[in-house]
Design a protein around this ligand. Sequence first.
Ligand SMILES: [Zn+2]
Ligand SMILES: [Zn+2]
Length: 427
Amino acid sequence: MEAMAVSTSVSPADEFDRNVPRICGVCGDKATGFHFNAMTCEGCKGFFRRSMKRKAMFTCPFSGSCTIPKDNRRHCQACRLKRCVEIGMMKEFILTDAEVQRKKDLILKRKEEESQREAQREALQPRLTEEQSRVITLLLEAHRKTYDDSYSDFQQFRPPVRLGPVTRSVTRASSLHSVQNLSSEDSSDSFNPPSDPMDSKLLNFSSLLMSQSSSSSDSSLTSQSISMLPHLADLVSYSIQKVIGFAKMVPGFKELTADDQIALLKSSAIEIIMLRSNQSFNLDDMSWTCGSQDFKYQVKDVEQAGHTMELLEPLVKFQVGLKKLCLHEEEHVLLMAICLLSPDRPAVQDRARIEAFQDRISDVLQAYIRARHPGGRLLYAKMIQKLADLRSLNEEHSKQYRSISFQPEHSMQLTPLVLEVFGNEVS
Ligand SMILES: [Zn+2]
Ligand SMILES: [Zn+2]
């Protein structure tokens, strides 16, 4: 008995051992597994249990050796029960009512614990609220409406003029390129600002600024090193318009006073342009690739617009670092919105309000990373660091912009919008 009891503690894996025929040892029907220590069908299992519980005593009306066929197993209860015992079924394996109850309770308890753990996992599983999802949808829409990744509008800019490698000696060496410079200046007058018109309420351009570009100055002083300036000035001008379009769709922005909207745009425009340009930045050749070869911008091209490595080196580093974060588009647009809604910009009035808007977007970004960016544990911190990097890039850009715009022959290449947003040093 003891030995059998041990052998009956069958694990489910053993039960489904392929060597055991899955046939009821009592009646030959299809067996459902080991019941009370023997392979039987459900019918014989129930019969054995009922018989044991009732302590039934059967007597065979025949010779005591009836066969038990599956379709007539009720024929003789005595011989059926005898057969049960013969194949090893034991009443010790039948649970008492109390044991059955205890087992049921245990199963129920396990189920409850499991569903509790499931609920806990659910609760811990970070998810975005409807409001947060709505903010993301709005920002994605705003970005897609204002960022055309076919870059087809670039055709409308004054054309890029690329000269040989820029060195100071070349810059001084010849006047050969002055013709080219003149021709690119000529075309500047024919440049039509891309359609999407500026909100005239937002930024009032004085006609004074407009007239400035026609009051031509000494173009003979124009150095070759700025051959790319007309094209890139148009590109930046175009980008500013797009950034304004984006800003107007950023939740909260339009609720600010016009003065605060202008203050935020003036100080963040270049940072947002640097951010959004990351979409075209190519790690393979460290260029901004905006469609065709003409619109593929390398560091040397930006140098030919009057900028120096003091800006360009950290700018490229920034682009590489940002690219390597592999941001989702959602994160990319949230970062631009956070950048725009920085309360600590000069000339801002309602800091508390802007901060509240920025906090809301930051919360959305953090929630998004938790819910949707596996392995993004440090991503938020890295993204915020990028905003700090942008501040120093902004500062260096302002410095270089001032020295470019201080020269009338350079500043005349800029567009009224650029002059308005970045400042006009020439008066
Ligand atoms: Zn059976
Ligand atoms: Zn019988």
